[in-house]
Design a binder for this molecule. Sequence first.
Ligand SMILES: [Zn+2]
Length: 306
Amino acid sequence: MRLEVDRRHLTLPVLGTIHTHENTRRIERLIALNRAKILGVTVSRQGERIIAAVRVSVARPQQSGVAQPDSTVGIDVGVRRLATVATTSEVIDELVNPHALEHRLSELRRLQRQRARRTRGSRQYQETVTKITRLHAEVASLRCHTIHVFTTNLAKTHGVIVVEGLDAASLLQQKGLTGAKSRRRGLSDAALGEIRRQLRYKCPWYGSTLIEADRFFPSSKTCHDCGHVQGIGWVEYWTCDVCSSSHQRDDNAAINLARWASLGSVGAPVKRGAKHQTESHSAAGDDTRKGTPALVGANNSVRSAA
Ligand SMILES: [Zn+2]
């Protein structure tokens, strides 16, 4: 692989010299300064576009550290909102689906209806298919951009970030399921995986600590006021049977996740009500994503080094 001196072309084996959409100036300068090395290039196709991703090893300057080192936040990833950010006591930020994305999603639905009306294999059918392909790519890159901005901000701001752990059991259970529940869950699972993946590498960059809560931690259905765990299904709003405080699902989950930080770290004082959370109530609910019961304990959290 070779970057051409005009900064607008890339020479690849087999494909030959191709015009790039992005200027290659930045990477060329880093190489000239001996601060970057090209490891390889991956060529892929997304919709109608060809994407050449250049893998580089870069010496990054030392980052100045996070803005609020004492801040601990929990991130709940959902379907209604892309994500909810909370401290141990309150919700401080919400990541809603951006307007541009919502707009394209409804446009996508319209085009899919249109395609269904057309005769398969006809010219008009093909035209609609092309439009759908393009829109899918737009939706994907918009969501990608939104998530990138979000995770960078988080990693630059907070000292400790808690996310839900990998839920392998739910991924397996979803196979072959066509119900609305599993589809909705699948959507947020994808976003959750991506947010977690980005935080895993961005947190060490900016000096933030990422904690992955135990995957069986019942963050949504544990009352953050009294620690009572109850089956809540898929409802958005619920009321605690014990202390009758009312909760919004995502807000409650994010707060519980933020508190996980002190539960998960060894030797830290356990908060009032936390005793209840550490018992194996977790998986007994009607939630499809829960697998076998697991004890939520001190050793189960994954702490990535800062
Ligand atoms: Zn309660």
